[in-house]
Write a protein that binds this ligand. Structure first.
Ligand SMILES: Nc1nc2c(c(=O)[nH]1)N(C=O)[C@@H](CNc1ccc(C(=O)N[C@@H](CCC(=O)O)C(=O)O)cc1)CN2
Ligand SMILES: Nc1nc2c(ncn2[C@@H]2O[C@H](COP(=O)(O)OP(=O)(O)OP(=O)(O)O)[C@@H](O)[C@H]2O)c(=O)[nH]1
Ligand SMILES: [Mg+2]
Length: 469
């Protein structure tokens, strides 16, 4: 949305998702909300004169000519005690697309403007009800695929990150004030910080910034889902395993080697951990141009993966390509899945076998035995994927402050300034020149919370919101 639009007017949008549902909400915000709401609502109580704040009124939503559209509940929330801090009215209608569209059309016919994406939350931000980290958390709450992602968003929505950043910024401002004293009153030794004390102050803030950046990395898999790629020889059973983990027949499975030509991605929820599971084309020598292009993509996917499930057919010797892939990625990012365990009974390629799966064990790779056909070992495989992706950190705690990508990138920039500043102090650069870096770090922190908010930053944030939020 364009953030040069007025926020003095009244806007409206359908607040519930497209399609049909139990209830559909049309929401208005701005100075005309109450009057328009009043005009388009007929209470079922003959004594009704006006909305009572925060009370649900039963009645009918009308069109602009006064014709009834739908039986509904309506509520008026006076500013500043509302989501946007402006007067808000909601029509809670039957949840059909035609119903909510008709009610919205009636509202717009009364001179209300259609809200842009994220405009309600943008207004909450501009009106000081939410800082920028909280506004972003609203979008992340909506996007959260699982409970853990929801917890991360909730903590940020409470303002915890904003408060932490504001605190760090005020510590830097304090250091800056002491620098000014040193520069403006050089003969006054009293309030002036010695270079090593100054350096300690800067490093403390830098450490706190580093800790927040580390939380970003840890939180990433809970927010976006860990990229888990099934790789290995043709016919090893990658697509069968994909289907078994999804619990449905998503990928085509045949006994013809080279069945999967392009990669397939599906989301799975492993006991709360969102996982992006990718099936790829099996590895083999080929002259076929299409298959080669598919293999190229498999390789790219494996390189980008958080975890590669290297699927091997236990009834066959381990292929040189599999060993090559494992060595390239290393034991940290590879889990060797020894598939077709149902067939492997009494087979030669046990852990001790020089050519078999034993190679993985000896080279320090974790192995898990499964049968995609019978389902044996799949629970354990899921546990191991979870453990490997999440690491020792476990699920995020309710109180953990985890920045998003934008915030973490800004924190890295601030950290660069602070590290350079520390080096400048050590190099004996004069105090009046150090102030520039301190100021830069403060500005960056201010952009995270939105105290300093360039229009392009706001545009890029709110344009990703859905309409009605
Ligand atoms: N129907 C409905 N459900 C919704 C929302 C909404 O706008 N409408 N929300 C949003 O999209 C979320 C809730 N967020 C909200 C946050 C603050 C206020 C609010 O009115 N706050 C007042 C206190 C109200 C009171 O005193 O009872 C305030 O903080 O001053 C409302 C919704 C989720 N559910
Ligand atoms: N007995 C047995 N057969 C399996 C198992 N997993 C897969 N298969 C069979 O192995 C053959 C190949 O399975 P796919 O899942 O298509 O193998 P893929 O690795 O996806 O193969 P490409 O797509 O060609 O790379 C099919 O006939 C499967 O039914 C298993 O655990 N046990
Ligand atoms: Mg396949």
């Amino acid at each position: 949305m364009q953030h040069n639009v007025s926020i003095r007017d009244t806007v409206a949008a359908i607040a519930t998702p497209p399609g049909s549902g139990g209830v559909g909400i049309v929401r208005l915000s701005g100075p005309q909300s109450r009057a328009v709401g009043h005009r388009l609502f007929r209470s079922s109580r003959p004594t009704f004169e006006d909305f009572r704040p925060y009370m649900l009124h039963h009645g009918w939503a009308l069109d602009e000519r006064g014709e009834p559209l739908d039986e509904c509940l309506a509520v008026f929330m006076p500013g500043p005690g509302s989501y946007t801090a402006e007067d808000v009215v909601e029509f809670q209608c039957h949840g059909g697309p035609a119903v909510v569209r008709a009610v919205l059309a009636a509202v717009l016919a009364c001179g209300v403007r259609a809200a842009g994406p994220g405009e309600f939350t943008y207004r909450a931000f501009i009106n000081g009800r939410l800082d920028l980290t909280q506004a972003e958390a609203v979008a992340e709450m909506i996007a959260a695929p699982t409970r853990a992602g929801m917890t991360l968003a909730q903590t940020r929505l409470s303002g915890a990150l904003g408060e932490r950043i504001a605190e760090l910024r005020s510590r830097l401002e304090h250091l800056r004030a002491q620098l000014c004293v040193a520069v403006d009153f050089p003969e006054d030794e009293v309030e002036c910080l010695a270079p090593d004390e100054f350096s300690v102050g800067v490093r403390e803030v830098a450490d706190a910034v580093r800790a927040l950046i580390a939380n970003f990395e840890r939180g990433r898999c809970w927010r976006e889902g860990a990229l888990t790629v099934l790789a290995g020889q043709v016919n090893a059973g990658k697509s069968s395993l994909m289907n078994a983990l999804l619990g449905r027949e998503r990928a085509i499975v045949t006994d013809i080697p080279g069945t999967t030509r392009d990669y397939l991605e599906e989301a799975v929820n492993l006991d709360g951990l969102p996982v992006r599971l990718v099936d790829t084309a099996g590895i083999r020598e080929t002259e076929d141009a299409v298959e080669r292009a598919g293999l190229e993509r498999s390789r790219d996917m494996a390189e980008r993966a958080d975890l590669v499930l290297l699927v091997v057919d236990r009834t066959r010797p381990v292929a040189a390509e599999d060993i090559g892939l494992a060595q390239r990625l290393g034991p940290q990012r590879v889990l060797a899945v020894l598939n077709k365990s149902d067939l492997a009974e009494g087979h030669a390629h046990e852990e001790g076998d020089a050519t078999g799966a034993g190679w993985f064990v000896r080279a320090g790779f974790e192995t898990v035995r499964v049968s995609a056909r019978t389902g044996a070992g799949l629970d354990r495989l899921c546990d191991r994927i979870r453990e490997r992706v999440v690491g020792s950190g476990g699920e995020p705690d309710a109180g953990e402050v985890v920045p998003n990508l934008r915030q973490s990138q800004a924190l890295s920039q601030a950290l660069d300034e602070l590290c350079a500043l520390d080096a400048d102090i050590a190099a004996g650069i004069p105090y009046d020149l150090l102030g520039v870096r301190l100021e830069a770090a403060c500005t960056i922190l201010g952009e995270i919370t939105g105290e300093i908010a360039p229009a392009d930053v706001l545009n890029s944030i709110f344009s990703t919101f859905c309409i009605g939020k």
